[in-house]
Write a protein that binds this ligand. Structure first.
Ligand SMILES: [Zn+2]
Length: 384
């Protein structure tokens, strides 16, 4: 079983599908899935100012329950080719590992689910619907990918009951973690303006750095919260403080800082923005400085409350690996942030130690394990 998963992964790695190029990766999946009886729909999308992107939706069966597997065949660029031990688009197996760009993120994960699904849909235990939502625009701007596919699904009246994103979720070993949510992300920019002047005549100037220093202290002063059942405390990190002053004798006219907040499910972007506005007003309100504050909401927080279907997943992991996976909400964002508006979604895939790196690779036995986990889960899920 797992041998086929590895063959699928090698075929996918050999497609140089660096975002936004399709390079035959979706063609390969469409071909394999069509032969297995899936109804495939290619979903190319475009938008002015962005590259055209091809995507694939495939489904088999009808009615409920409907499990959707989601993933992406696009990969990040390989970087300097001569730095790779094995060429990034060859799919070489060496020392028990499969090497190549996308091996872990996430052609390997797609191959495992593909193999488990192809086998499962031929068994009498399969009833309802099983589908694949595969985008070619996850690593790029993510404009012509999952977001537009979800809109298409809504228009076509297709609503899965649950979804699994096969992103590499595990830091060390397969079965270590299921991601059941992600923190929200809010960016903020503060610009403080004063009056430029000679450093020897400070009474004729007004230094914005004095103001931004107080603002930074206020921003970091209190904890935002103490965490929730599934999340660590929300956290504000200052990522840049800039004045751009190349002289030693000029008081600058402007100082800027940038910060990012990763927040949990006890917060929302609007309330956080109000809180930050209050803090900055408190710090700068009595000074003779002006300032502007700008926000950008880059991802909403979401959590999929564990229920019977998540238990079916953790039970399957335990059956195959003897490991009780943690239900994690750490890490960056993935397309699960969009899919959560369609149906409950979790992420489970391979290990993430080498993703986006030179010599990205996946342990061959990990792929066999993950395929077994997906297989065990499909049995449990469709018997719920
Ligand atoms: Zn990925």
């Amino acid at each position: 079983m797992s041998v086929n998963a590895i063959q699928h992964a090698i075929k996918l790695i050999q497609c140089e599908s660096v975002t936004p190029v399709e390079a035959g990766a979706l063609d390969y999946l469409e071909d394999v899935l069509t032969k297995a009886g899936f109804r495939c729909t290619r979903l190319p999308f475009s938008e002015e100012g962005t590259a055209d992107v091809d995507n694939l939706y495939a489904e088999i069966g009808d009615g409920a329950p409907h499990l959707m597997f989601a993933g992406h065949t696009d990969v990040v660029p390989p970087g300097p080719l001569d730095a790779w031990t094995h060429p990034p688009f060859d799919g070489v197996i060496a020392d028990g590992r499969l090497y190549g760009r996308g091996a872990a993120d996430m052609k390997g994960g797609i191959a495992c689910f593909l193999e488990a699904a192809l086998e499962f849909v031929t068994t009498p235990e399969f009833k309802g619907t099983l589908s694949f939502l595969i985008t070619g625009d996850e690593e790029g701007p993510a404009i012509n990918g999952t977001v537009k596919m979800l809109r298409w699904l809504a228009e076509a009246n297709i609503k899965p009951n649950h979804a699994i994103v096969g992103e590499p979720t595990n830091p060390n070993y397969v079965g270590e973690a299921i991601k059941i949510g992600r923190r929200g992300s809010l960016n903020g920019w503060l610009t403080v303006s004063g009056r430029q002047g000679h450093v020897a005549y400070p009474h004729l100037a007004n230094n914005p750095i004095d103001g931004i220093a107080l603002a930074l202290v206020a921003l970091k002063a209190d904890e935002l919260d103490h965490g929730t059942d599934h999340f660590l405390p929300s956290h504000l990190e200052i990522t840049s403080v800039d004045v751009g002053n190349e002289t030693v004798n000029v008081i600058p006219s402007e100082a800027r800082c940038h910060f990012n907040i990763r927040y949990n499910d006890s917060q929302n972007a609007g309330d956080l923005e109000s809180l930050i506005e209050e803090k900055i007003a408190g710090a700068l309100g009595n000074l003779d400085l002006t300032y502007s504050l700008k926000f950008q909401r880059s991802a909403d927080c979401f959590v999929t409350p564990p229920g019977p279907w998540v238990k079916a997943l953790t039970d399957s992991i335990f059956e195959i690996t003897d490991i009780q996976p943690s239900l994690s909400t750490s890490g960056g964002t993935s397309d699960a942030r969009f899919i959560k508006s369609l149906c409950p979604v979790v992420e489970l895939g391979l290990c993430n130690a080498t993703i986006h790196q030179i010599d990205e690779n996946v342990v061959v036995e990990d792929m066999a394990q993950l395929t077994r986990i997906y297989s065990a889960f499909l049995k449990r899920y469709y018997a719920l």
